[in-house]
Every structure is written in C-alpha cells, then in structure tokens.
Ligand binder design. Structure first.
Ligand SMILES: Cc1ncc(COP(=O)(O)O)c(C=O)c1O
Length: 385
C-alpha cells in the first residue's frame, strides 16, 4: 500500500540527509565529552558544538551564539524559561491557543502564586491584538505564546505582538515549535526575547535535541532549573553566571547536536527551496480539503493563506474523528494524528472540543501527488458512509 506520512507537526520525517550518518559518526568515531577532556578530539567536538550554536543564531537572528542554550526540546526549553523566570505574585500573559508545553508549566506555577491571564483568540485561532494590547498596558512579567498553532496551523502576528511587548516593556517568550526551520523567524526584527524550539520538527534533526535562544538581559533574571557540572569554574559551588554555562548543567546530547548540525548545514544549502515547497504543498492540501467542505466536514483554522503553516486539521462532524484517522491509515496508508494534540484550550477556542480533529501536517518532503491522493481518500470516506 502507498504510505503517506502526514504527521510532521509531531516530528518531521524523513530527516535531512546526513543526520543519521553524523550521529553514527559521533557514536562510532568521536564518542568523547566536551569542555572536560584536554585532548584534540574533544576540542574538535567542542568546535562543532560552537558551530551549531552559530548556525542557530544566524538562522534565527539571535543575540549571539553564546545565547544559544541546548536542551532536550521545546518542552524542556519552555520549562527552563518559565520556571526560571516567574515568581509568586507575577502576572504572565498567554493565549488560549497554547500547547501543554506552555499550559502545564503555567498551571504548576499558578499553584505557587503566579497569576496566569489568557488572551482571547478567534475561532480561526488568531490572537485578538486589541485585547492583547489592553492587557500588556496593565503590565506583566512576561507574555508567552506559540508562533503558530499545532492544532490548526494558524500563524500568529508575532511581529506585531513583539512590537507591543517592547512598547510596554514586557519580555516576549515565543514557542517556535511549529515554525522554526520552516517559517522565517527573526528574533531581532520580531522583538523576541526568548525563543524555544525543538530540533526534530522543522529543523529536520533528531529527537531529544532542541534549544532556547534568549537575550543576555533576560538570562540574567533566570534562575537555572538544573544545577550541576559545566566543565567551567569548577571551584565554585554556584552555577556560572555566564552563558551558555549558566543554563546548561551536565553532559550535552552530543549525538543529537551532531545530527542537528548536519540538518542545519542541509538547511543552509536547501532551506529556501524547501520552505517554498513546504508552504505550497501545505496550501495545496488546504485547498483540496476545503473543496470537500459541507455541513458534515469542516476544515479548521484561518482562511488567510498568508497566515497558515502546513498543518491542516479537519473535523468529520458526522463521524468519529478517531475512526476516520484509523481508516485513513488502515485503508489508504495515510498517517495523521487525531484527538486534542496536547492543546485542549486551542480546541475549545476553535470549536472542536471535546471531539478533537484529524490533523494532516505536511513537510518539506511531502508531494503534491500525495495531497491529491489524500483528497481522494477523504472524499471516499465522506461518501462511503
Ligand atoms: C506548539 C508546540 N509547542 C511545544 C511542543 C513540544 O515540543 P517537544 O515535544 O519537542 O518538546 C510541540 C510539539 O508537538 C508543539 O507543537
């Protein structure tokens, strides 16, 4: 049977060429730690890690390669950021479209006395900018939000929100899980103070590696979530006060960084072309599924095509979404993800709670022919019932 992978919103597949080889090379031929060993191979590995920080800083227009912190992924970065920054009595703004990677740390913090204020979003998932401005003008310790929805693919007006945050002096923290690598992100231009991202989605790298880029001013206010060895100022029982060491205790995921380095090198060569293709193929799928809309089948998210990622979520209003996803896989070989996608309030916002949606998420290696095949499969499911 034909196989069509449409779960790139969860993790991209295939990975960039060279990722597997680079990880294998580290395990088989390098294998050492960095910042601890005084021998050539350790210095070479440290140079590659530094180069990877530089690649990320350049791609995302960050404040400097030392401000790139390696973590296990977007979830780890967001926990580090939110729990390191927010204190009892602080007020933090967020939106109703967030992933549990933001919602759950905030819920934990709420129990310690942090006030969490939810900014409203429309049924298309887009943030209400007027309400956002009104809340920012009352002051906040931070605003944290995703660049694009993992549920319906709506891209938020991050540049406009960043400008407002700057105006009101509120640190702007962005969850770039659904955009980094595939949608341009410019931290400087968008006034982003901290950007959390995974290596395994749009960057086409392996699972288990991701990062956080943050300004020096914000980093100075963060209490490290993890404390431990850094290979630097070992005589001190305190964490170093400089980046990246302040926020990177313990041995780094070096196989992951080697893989990510290979992915970033590939994106440096091919990224522009891949991003154009990913965008076109995502919109092609959206248009194909939109053609099938009727009162028993709805495509969610914005109709403003300039504000969509390659995520297209649909609701089989006259059927069971779980069953539809199962049949798509069993009968047509189409891999999707159904349910609430770790974002219950987002589904409440767009009107698909509690049934959830069937999410098709395209990637840079998705083909136009496969999207036509998906349309045909969905049409069959809708008409055979
Ligand atoms: C919007 C959003 N934020 C955060 C995450 C968490 O990313 P990770 O699982 O890589 O930590 C995801 C993953 O699905 C996501 O879609």
């Amino acid at each position: 049977m034909r196989r069509v992978y449409l779960d790139n919103g969860a993790t991209s597949y295939p990975k960039a060429p060279g990722v597997g080889e680079a990880m294998c090379h580290f395990i088989t031929d390098v294998g050492c730690n960095i910042g601890r060993g005084g021998y050539q191979v350790a210095y070479d590995a440290a140079a590659l890690v530094l180069e990877t920080r530089e690649q990320l800083n350049t791609l995302l227009h960050g404040p400097g390669s030392r401000n790139v912190i390696f973590t296990a992924g977007a979830t780890a970065s967001l926990n580090l950021l939110l729990k390191g920054l927010l204190r009892p009595g602080d007020r933090v703004l967020t939106t109703t479209m967030e992933h549990n990677a933001v919602l759950r740390p905030l819920t934990q913090l709420q129990k310690t006395g942090v006030e969490v204020v939810f900014l409203p979003c429309g049924a298309d998932g887009a943030l209400d900018l007027e309400e956002c401005q009104a809340r920012l003008s009352q002051g906040a310790a931070a605003l944290v939000m995703s660049h694009a929805s993992n549920v319906c693919g709506t891209i938020q007006p991050i540049g406009a929100v960043g400008t407002l945050c700057r105006r009101y002096g509120v640190p702007f923290l962005v969850d770039g899980a659904q955009t980094v690598g595939m949608v341009p992100v410019d931290m400087a231009d968008m006034h982003i103070d901290a950007l959390a991202f995974p290596g395994h989605k749009g960057l086409l790298g392996p699972q288990g590696i991701g990062g956080l880029i943050l300004t020096g001013a914000l980093a100075r206010r963060i209490e490290p979530l993890l404390a431990g060895g850094t290979g630097s100022v070992s005589q001190s029982l305190e964490m170093p006060d400089f980046l990246p060491d302040k926020l990177e205790a313990g041995t780094l995921n070096l196989p992951g960084i080697y893989g990510l380095h290979a992915a970033l090198s590939y994106l440096e060569r091919e990224g522009a072309t891949l991003r154009v293709h990913a965008r076109k193929v995502g919109l092609h799928l959206w248009a194909r599924l939109k053609e099938l809309e009727y009162d028993g089948f709805r495509v969610t998210g914005t109709d403003d095509l300039s504000r969509r990622t390659g995520v297209v979520s649909v609701d089989f209003l006259k059927g069971d979404n779980g069953e539809m996803a199962f049949r798509l896989e069993q009968e047509y070989g189409i891999a999707t993800r159904c349910g609430l996608h770790c974002a219950p309030t987002a589904h409440q916002t767009i009107g698909t709670y509690p049934q959830g949606t069937v999410r098709f998420s395209t990637g840079p290696f998705t083909t136009f022919e496969d999207m036509d095949y998906v349309q045909d499969a969905v049409w069959r499911l809708l008409t055979e019932r």
